[in-house]
Design a protein around this ligand. Structure first.
Ligand code: NI
Length: 170
């Protein structure tokens, strides 16, 4: 397994719509394992392929509690097929927007259709943190970041700070 470099906003690849995965093969499973390792190392609870520069519709996550055993999940070509009218607010963060957090309102529950790492069709109904995390990561596949839900004033402030920090470390 290998750690992958995580892109930080504003990187144009984070704003690009990802293409569907065509074959669930060993190369893809290796990418899934590398993404999981990268996510755990960061540490984070979700990571989408575009965040490591791969513009494919693939994401991994693990929303298990700190004291629970790890529960890695991979979603290939995920699609939201239903969302609740009820909304939920979570304070969100993102590995591509380090050290910035903001409250985002999203549907409280969703049903997602996807392929698992064996290429089998699956459907999951999620609520709570899993529902929020799935929506946040699926947004990444459409080139959307959680800061896109904020006012342009707040969003631009965060992007300016990130740009400054990236220039400092470059
Ligand atoms: Ni994110």
């Amino acid at each position: 397994m290998a750690l992958l470099p995580i892109l930080v906003a504003p990187d144009p690849r984070l704003k690009t719509k990802a293409k569907p995965v065509e074959a669930v093969d060993d190369d893809l499973r290796k990418l899934i394992d590398d993404m999981l390792e990268t996510m755990y190392e960061a540490p984070g609870i979700g990571l989408a392929a575009p965040q490591v520069g791969v513009l494919k519709r693939l994401l991994v996550l693990d929303v298990a509690g700190k004291d629970d055993p790890p529960a890695p999940m991979a979603f290939i070509n995920p699609e939201i097929v239903w969302e609740s009218d009820d909304l939920n607010v979570y304070e969100e963060g993102c590995l591509s927007i380090p050290a910035h957090y903001a409250e985002v309102e999203r549907p409280a529950a969703v049903r997602v259709r996807y392929l698992d790492r064996d290429g089998k069709r699956q459907e999951i109904e999620a609520d709570g943190l899993l529902a929020t995390c799935l929506q946040h990561e699926i947004d990444h596949l459409d080139g959307k970041l959680f800061i896109d839900y904020l006012s342009s004033l707040k969003r631009n402030m965060i992007l300016r700070k990130l740009k400054k920090e990236t220039q400092k470390s470059a």
